[in-house]
Structure formats: structure tokens, C-alpha cells
Design a binder for this molecule. Structure first.
Ligand code: ADP
Ligand code: MG
Length: 247
């Protein structure tokens, strides 16, 4: 039985792409309520795949993943509801280009959660204020900067009252001057106690807010450390080699 405060649990998860390429190898990890876990590792190590599996955007072939005790891969699991409960923010924003910012924040609330339009708008406006984008409500995504679009994507995920948020390199596609405006929103979220799994190379962010750092290499979770321990005293040669390249 997972601990009652466990929000995300991966138990011995393995995944293959095609018949012979094993992308995840016996990965186990639990994320407690309010915990911030940063996932790092070389390109191609399976970080994106791992977070996609938590949201059932990719199937797994072995092991178990549960979110607040609900098994993600169980056939009866309602996937749109699951995905609403676990917000996901990608590198590439993924907003609906033909809808205004306000509509982007309302559509899921109405279609998945069954909220009324009025209710959805109240929530959307509060979130737009929180990410500093009230003035952009009636614009289209293409009219916004990358940093603004990514803040909309975060607000859209939050509109669903998620139990956890997954981020996959949310600042990698941004111009340098826009990175901090997105990281600031994420830091504020951690302060509010949001449960988060964040794939990022922003080690400043990790040092500031991560409770634990997960280091992946070649589909394996090689090392899990407290933030101080991991950066100052990595336990494995693979983590040492990775850190020496990025720090
Ligand atoms: P990371 O996010 O750490 O860079 P990914 O999870 O994106 O790693 O990819 C892990 C490995 O799986 C890489 O070798 C990548 O080429 C491969 N891969 C990713 N997505 C697919 C896919 N849909 N089909 C086949 N191989 C994939
Ligand atoms: Mg990736």
C-alpha cells in the first residue's frame, strides 16, 4: 500500500518503444504531497517518456503507476479526468491556436469538469491575474511571446485544480530573457505546496526549490538525492560526469 500522502507512485515501471528498444528500465519513484522532484539526465535518457507515462500519454508494458491511489494504466481509468488531475506543461506550449487565451483556460473546465461558462471564466480570470496576463485575455496564442504562452499553458493546467503538475523542459524553447518569468511562476507554485515533477536543465531552479533530484541515464533511475547531496556529493560516476558537463 502506498503511503496515504503519496500523490504519484511508479512501481518497477518498464517500457519499450517497438519490440526491442527498452526506453524505461524498472523505474520506481514516489512523489509525496507538496513535494517537488526535479528530473535530470542526458538527452535521450527517457525523462520525457517517464513523465508522459504518469499522464498516460504513453502506455507502459510492465509495472504500475498510480496517481492518488488510482492506477493510471487500469482499463477503467477515465483518461481525460486523469489528465485534468495531473496538469502537464510541455516545452512547446501546446495551446489551442484558434482560441483566445481566455477560451484556452475555459475549454477543459467546461468539457472535462462540467463547469458552467460563468464559473469557468471566473476561475480563468483569477488565474490570468496570478500569472500576470490579465491584459492578454482576448488575444490569440500567436500574438503572445513564448514566455507569455508558457504562462498561459501553466494557468490552463491549474484551471483544472490538478493534484500534481508535470513539467517537461518548460523553459527550453524560450529566449533567455523569458526564462525567469516562467520559472518565477513555477517557484510561486512550489511555495503554495503544489506537488510537482519537473524535467529541467535549470539547475538554479532545482537548487532553489527541489526537494529531491532524480538522475536518469539510459532509461534507468540511476540516483535519487536530496538537493544538497546530489549537487555537492553525487553518488554515482554517471551523475558526476553529467553534472561536470552542465554546472
Ligand atoms: P529525454 O526526454 O530524456 O531526452 P525521451 O524520453 O524523449 O528522452 O527519449 C528516450 C529515448 O526514446 C530516445 O532514444 C528517443 O529517441 C526514444 N524515443 C522517444 N520517443 C519515441 C517514440 N515515440 N518512438 C520511438 N522511440 C522514441
Ligand atoms: Mg525530453
Amino acid at each position: 500500500m502506498p503511503h496515504p500522502e503519496t500523490v504519484i507512485a511508479l512501481h518497477d515501471v518498464s517500457k519499450w518503444y517497438g519490440p526491442s528498444f527498452q526506453v524505461l528500465k524498472n523505474c520506481s519513484l514516489t512523489v509525496a504531497k507538496g513535494e517537488v522532484v526535479v528530473i535530470c539526465g542526458p538527452s535521450g535518457s527517457g525523462k520525457s517518456t517517464l513523465v508522459k507515462c504518469v499522464n498516460a500519454l504513453e502506455p507502459i508494458q510492465q509495472g504500475r503507476i498510480s496517481v492518488t491511489g488510482v492506477e493510471v494504466s487500469a482499463a477503467k481509468t477515465n483518461l481525460p479526468k486523469l489528465r485534468a488531475r495531473v496538469g502537464m506543461v510541455f516545452q512547446s506550449f501546446e495551446l489551442f491556436p484558434h482560441m483566445t487565451i481566455l477560451e484556452n483556460l475555459c475549454i477543459g473546465q467546461r468539457k472535462v469538469l462540467g463547469r458552467s461558462t460563468a464559473e469557468a471564466i471566473v476561475k480563468a480570470e483569477a488565474l490570468l491575474e496570478r500569472v500576470g496576463l490579465t491584459a492578454q485575455a482576448s488575444k490569440y496564442p500567436g500574438q503572445l511571446s513564448g514566455g507569455q504562452q508558457q504562462r498561459v499553458a501553466i494557468a490552463r493546467a491549474l484551471a483544472m485544480d490538478p493534484v500534481a503538475m508535470l513539467f517537461d523542459e518548460p523553459t527550453s524553447a524560450l529566449d533567455p530573457e523569458m526564462i525567469n518569468e516562467v520559472l518565477d511562476v513555477m517557484v510561486a507554485l512550489t511555495r503554495e505546496g503544489m506537488t510537482m515533477m519537473v524535467v529541467t536543465h535549470e539547475m538554479g531552479f532545482a537548487r532553489k526549490v527541489a526537494d529531491r533530484i532524480v538522475f536518469m541515464d539510459e532509461g534507468e533511475i540511476v540516483e535519487v538525492g536530496e538537493r544538497g547531496t546530489f549537487f555537492d556529493n553525487p553518488q554515482t560516476n554517471r551523475a558526476k560526469a553529467f553534472l561536470s558537463k552542465i554546472l
